[in-house]
Each structure stands twice: as structure tokens, then as C-alpha cells.
Design a protein around this ligand. Structure first.
Ligand code: SF4
Length: 450
């Protein structure tokens, strides 16, 4: 596991997507953003109708009942960047070891600079375990990540999400009741889902991506299933195929498809499950022949990447290495030189000889940070339009300053708690993932073009 320590401040300022957005929106810099509202404070969206705000997932439909953030006190909304920076530092200094701040790779740099650890969601949840005496874990990421940290931390530790509206549109595409309904319909097609067939395997094993609610992790835990990350999806599918004739994979169709295709599963045996249609829009025969049933979910950030962008990068930068995240659509993964998790991308760049050129297909905050940290390389985002993950973007420094100063005052706000009835089976699903061993010679990343 690699946990990256926050980079130096001058590197962070150079990497700032926020700064890029302001320069573009004031006309001081060339380039374009995906939404003119990006330069506004996230509280302006938290006060409006439920939605994801500006950024790559703003067009997605937010489910009713998603957490809403109460009004951020005025003093934080009015404070300058420098004042917020100083207040966060002062609050952290006062709290000392009583608090640990976690920053996701996709988080804005003005927040990441205050993080004790930077990494992907599962790395960060594990990083928090190294601070068992911290009373509070402030997770600068999105809702499902804070839930995972709560699952792994001690009961007396409070996990805090600075802005409750920081959800994940992909995670929200698979809700528990839709998955339960899907499970019931699959039982009608396959018969008792808990009874192994003649080959000793049950009809279907549910697999949920880490980017899902704790309720879904609990669902797979209760039903003999398992959690996966983008680093271990292949290992987890191997585990599932040993125990089941097929897999129900949610919520990200692209990670499921890219991984199963690399393992040799034919595309025609990977039907899509549309939760708004009977049998997910499939015939019983199609489901009988299925090896992997893919939930109709996707990441709005990663689906922005296209094969045209890859071709343009190759035309303009001969010798460029294109690395994309496996949440990208299959044609993009197939066209890239390599595909892998954020950890894979970070390590590939660190291991490259000086003078390398990389076009990266993942969230812009990580790409700009990598470019600033590695001046010996040329690194750019495949997507020329600046379009951060809109829900990550809701963690503005104003919210971080607020939750930390509340802790200083002895108050815990925005605590994320997973109820025991969900937490116990969810932990079981995570334990199965940790125990799953990769078959010998399994590559860490999804091989491109496979
Ligand atoms: S980048 Fe995609 S999967 Fe990650 S939090 Fe944003 S919407 Fe969710």
C-alpha cells in the first residue's frame, strides 16, 4: 500500500485546479472549463435544489433522500483563501494528534495541503488505522469513503465528512432497494441463489466496487459476496468465479467490463442490468448465459475520456504514454498504452525515466498535482477541458476550517456513522476482499488492449 504524504506548498500552488479555473473564468488564461459556475463557492449549490453542482457529474440525477449540507456559517464563506488557510493550520495545531485529516487524490489542492495522508479511498481508510488515538478522522473525500473509514475505525473515533453533500454520482447509481429488487428477479431466473449447483458453485455472486454505499457492502456481505477496488478487481473476480457461476457487478459497468474482458469473458456474456427495466432489460436466456451482469452505472468524470483524445495526444506528442483509469469506457482502455488504478498511475509515473511524456485519463486534480510534482516529465490530462469531480469539489477549505474549529470548540459536526446492522456484513465483505489472493502472475493493472 502506498500512502502519499502531501507535497510541498509551492508544488501544490502550481498544481491548483482551483487557480486554473479562476484564471480561465477571468480570461487571464486560455483554456475552457465544463461549467462557468465552477468558480463559485460550493455553498451556493448546497442552498439550491438537490443536485451535484458544477463539474463532471452535474448532469447526473441525484437520488431523493441524499444527504444535504446545512448552511455554512457566513464567516467561512466570506473568509479569504489566506485566512482559511491560517485558520485550518491553527485548528490543526491546537488539536494535534486528536485529529487526522485524510485527502483523496481527487481533492482540490487547497485542501490536500492540510492532509496528513493523501491516497485513494481504501488506502486512506487504512491510513486512519495508523492513528488509533485520534478522536476524529476528517475525511476530505466523498460520502462512501467516510463510511468505509467508519467501518474500519474504532467505535469511539468520529469520522467527519466536511460537506455532507459530497456524495458520488456513480455510487448513487446503485441504491440498496434497486439491487435487492434485481436480486429477487435473478432468483426467479436462477432459482435459490444460496444453493450450489452440481459444480459446487452458487448461481451468482454479488461484487460491489469500493465506490458504493455501506448499505451495498452490507448487501454483498449478507449474500456471499465481496468488495473490490480498481487495484484488485481481477483478483476479486477470480475469487467470485471460484464460488459462483456468474457475477453481479455494481455499480461501475466499465470497471466490471474492462476487468472481465481482460480475463477472457466474451462481451456477449456481459449483459447490462438497467434497474428501470424488467429483468434489467434482458431475456431470461441472456441472463442464463451471462458470466458477468453489469450494473448500469458509470463515473461521469472518467466517461469524459475518448479515443479521439488519445489519437490527438499521439499526434501532438509522439512517444506519449497514455495511461487511463479502468473506470473509463472500454474503447478508451483498449486504445490506451496502460490502464490501472490511481495508485498504478502514481507509481508508473514515479518509475519512468526523466523526459517521459504522459497523457493521463483520470481526475484533473491528480493529473495537475502529478505534473507539478514531476517537472522532469511532461504530464497532461487527456481531456483538454478542466472538469473536476463535482462532488469532491464540494469539500472547500471553508468546510474544512468549519469542522476543525468545531472540534476545537468540543463539538463534532457532520459525523458519518454506519449502523451495526449494516456494518457487520459490510466488514465481512471487506474481509473477504483482503483475504482474496491474486493468482500467480496476475498483473496489478488491467492490461490495455486485452
Ligand atoms: S471521480 Fe467518479 S467515482 Fe470518484 S467520487 Fe467522483 S463521481 Fe464518484
Amino acid at each position: 500500500m502506498t500512502i502519499v504524504q502531501p507535497p510541498a506548498r509551492d508544488v501544490r500552488l502550481a498544481a491548483s485546479v482551483d487557480r486554473s479555473i479562476r484564471l480561465i473564468s477571468t480570461g487571464s488564461s486560455a483554456g475552457s472549463t465544463c461549467a462557468p459556475e465552477l468558480a463559485k463557492g460550493p455553498w451556493e449549490f448546497d442552498r439550491g435544489p438537490a443536485g451535484y453542482g458544477p463539474g463532471a457529474s452535474m448532469g447526473d440525477v441525484i437520488p431523493t433522500g441524499s444527504p444535504r449540507q446545512g448552511a455554512l456559517p457566513d464567516e467561512y464563506r466570506r473568509a479569504s483563501d489566506a485566512e482559511l488557510h491560517d485558520r485550518i493550520r491553527a485548528a490543526k495545531a491546537t488539536l494535534g494528534d486528536r485529529v487526522v485529516v485524510l485527502g483523496h487524490f481527487y481533492q482540490r489542492d487547497e485542501v490536500v495541503e492540510h492532509a496528513d495522508f493523501v491516497g485513494d479511498s481504501f488506502q486512506l481508510a487504512n491510513a486512519a488505522l495508523t492513528k488509533p488515538d485520534a478522536e476524529a478522522i476528517v475525511f476530505c473525500g466523498v460520502h462512501f469513503m467516510a463510511e468505509t473509514a467508519d467501518l474500519l475505525s474504532k467505535p469511539e473515533q468520529a469520522v467527519i465528512l466536511p460537506n455532507l453533500a459530497a456524495g458520488c454520482s456513480m455510487a448513487d447509481m446503485a441504491d440498496e432497494s434497486s439491487v435487492e429488487e434485481c436480486w429477487e428477479q435473478l432468483e426467479e431466473v436462477y432459482g435459490d441463489l444460496a444453493t450450489p449447483g452440481a459444480d459446487g458453485r452458487v448461481p451468482v455472486i454479488p461484487v460491489t466496487y469500493m465506490n458504493s454505499s455501506a448499505a451495498l457492502k452490507g448487501f454483498v456481505g449478507r449474500n456471499g459476496g465481496i468488495v473490490c477496488t480498481s487495484s484488485n478487481a481481477r483478483t476479486v473476480l477470480e475469487w467470485a468465479f471460484e464460488r459462483g457461476q456468474r457475477v453481479l457487478f455494481f455499480p461501475d459497468q466499465h470497471l466490471g467490463r474492462n476487468t472481465a474482458k481482460a480475463m477472457g469473458v466474451p462481451l456477449e456474456q456481459m449483459p447490462m442490468w438497467n434497474p428501470r427495466k424488467a429483468l434489467g432489460g434482458n431475456s431470461a436466456e441472456e441472463l442464463t448465459h451471462a458470466r458477468v451482469i453489469l450494473w448500469h452505472g458509470f463515473c461521469s468524470v472518467h466517461r469524459r475520456f475518448t479515443v479521439d483524445q488519445i489519437e490527438q495526444a499521439r499526434r501532438e506528442h509522439p512517444g506519449v504514454q497514455v495511461i487511463v483509469h479502468p473506470e473509463c469506457p472500454m474503447p478508451v482502455v483498449d486504445a490506451a498504452d496502460a490502464a490501472g488504478s490511481t495508485d498504478f498511475i502514481v507509481k508508473a509515473i514515479a518509475a519512468a525515466p526523466a523526459g517521459s511524456t504522459f497523457a493521463i485519463g483520470t481526475e484533473i486534480n491528480l493529473v495537475q498535482r502529478l505534473a507539478a510534482e514531476h517537472p522532469e516529465h511532461t504530464i497532461f490530462c487527456l481531456d483538454p477541458v478542466v472538469c473536476p469531480c463535482s462532488t469532491m469539489y464540494r469539500i472547500h477549505p471553508g468546510y474544512l476550517a468549519w469542522v476543525l474549529e468545531e472540534l476545537v470548540a468540543g463539538r463534532v459536526v457532520n459525523r458519518i456513522t454506519v449502523p451495526d446492522t449494516v456494518a457487520d456484513p459490510a466488514r465481512l465483505a471487506l474481509e473477504r476482499m483482503l483475504a482474496a489472493k491474486p493468482p500467480a502472475a496476475t498483473p496489478a493493472a488491467v492490461p490495455a488492449g486485452a
